[in-house]
Design a protein around this ligand. Structure first.
Ligand code: 5GP
Ligand code: MN
Length: 316
């Protein structure tokens, strides 16, 4: 069983590197830090590598120990969390790739099963939720600090316990963590309510630019590098922008694209029936049924045209 293998490999390993996906969200950071704290508890020599760490998660325990790069060694073990494929693994090269053994723990249906040992549960609404099971299996004492990281992942990936993916287990875990003294309302406020100034400015811009297609079933908006420079945008400042279009009456798919070095990073959200992971897959992306992403290697007009054209074919 994969969990037995994972337990065995962790037991054997001394040097371990933890990595997660690019543009990390609360689940990526939360599950990575929870794993980091657990491995420290086991006395391992562990590095957690997140090159672009969003400022809003810096309050988490041991966030100050996150490194931008790994060490120049061949790690005994590489662990990837919340990541679908190697393309999205920030810090993948060379530390994770060169590790003697690799593990991936994830909850994306589109996971490419790229590691030596893959523990993937697409029914779980957050990677952090899966981690509770893994850590218990490893015999880890779930401390208040680990609980804070896990609850952050669960809250952010479930939109604050409101997405369809939420299970009875989600609340059971949240309840246990509350019992440990984890400050749910404090975390909720920090990761769901407080907006950075740049996020607020971007919200104004994307609302102003929002366009509707196909009788209002598609909402489309964008930001450019110029906007980002103007508002000194930092990692994490785009959080939640794509949700604004999805929440408008009649919209089935919300599309938000933002300019990056590689093209337009695209976020897709749906309401009822469109499987946006399939739309994203057309452009070599992936994700979940109602939340997915990809990169469109085109200029703005072309990117907009292509993504709208493809999305249209999924509408009823
Ligand atoms: P977001 O729009 O919040 O960046 O991403 C939504 C979901 O789609 C997340 O679960 C994320 O992991 C996934 N996702 C976003 N971009 C990509 C991508 O380029 N490739 C893949 N495979 N998944 C992505
Ligand atoms: Mn996740």
């Amino acid at each position: 069983m994969t969990l037995d293998n994972i337990k065995e490999e962790i037991k054997k390993a001394n040097t371990i590197v933890i990595v997660t996906h690019e543009s990390p969200d609360g689940d990526a950071v939360g599950s990575s830090l929870a794993m980091y704290l657990a491995l420290k508890q086991l006395g391992k020599d562990v590095d957690i590598v997140i090159p672009t760490m969003p400022r809003i998660f810096e309050f988490l325990p041991s966030a100050n120990e996150i490194k931008k790069e790994g060490r120049d060694i061949e790690y005994d073990l590489g662990i990837s969390l919340d990541c679908t494929d190697t393309k999205r693994l920030e810090g993948f090269e060379p530390w994770y790739d060169n590790a003697k053994v690799t593990i991936s723990i994830d909850h994306h249906r589109t996971n490419a099963m790229f590691a030596d040992y893959n523990y993937v549960d697409p029914v779980s609404p957050a990677c952090s939720q899966i981690l509770v099971i893994v850590l218990m299996y490893l015999g880890i004492d779930i401390t208040k600090e680990i609980g804070e990281c896990i609850l952050t992942g669960i809250i952010t990936d479930t939109g604050g316990f409101k997405y369809e993916g939420v299970t009875t287990e989600t609340f059971e875990i949240a309840s246990k963590l509350l019992g440990l003294g984890v400050n749910l309302s404090g975390i909720y406020k920090k990761v769901m309510q407080v907006k950075t100034k740049a996020n607020f400015e971007l919200t104004k811009v994307i609302m102003d630019r929002m366009e509707f297609f196909e009788n209002g079933k598609i909402a489309f908006t964008y930001i450019t590098k110029k906007d980002e420079e103007k508002f000194s945008v930092e990692p994490g400042d785009h959080e939640g922008l794509v949700e604004i279009g999805r929440d408008i009456e009649g919209v089935e798919v919300s599309i938000f694209i933002r300019e990056t070095e590689k093209g337009f990073k695209t976020s897709l959200r749906s309401n009822e029936y469109v499987n946006v992971a399939e739309v994203a897959a057309i452009f070599s992306g992936g994700g979940h049924i109602k939340a997915a992403g990809c990169t469109l290697p085109f200029v703005l007009e072309k990117a907009k045209e292509k993504i709208i054209e493809r999305t249209k074919t999924f509408l009823k």
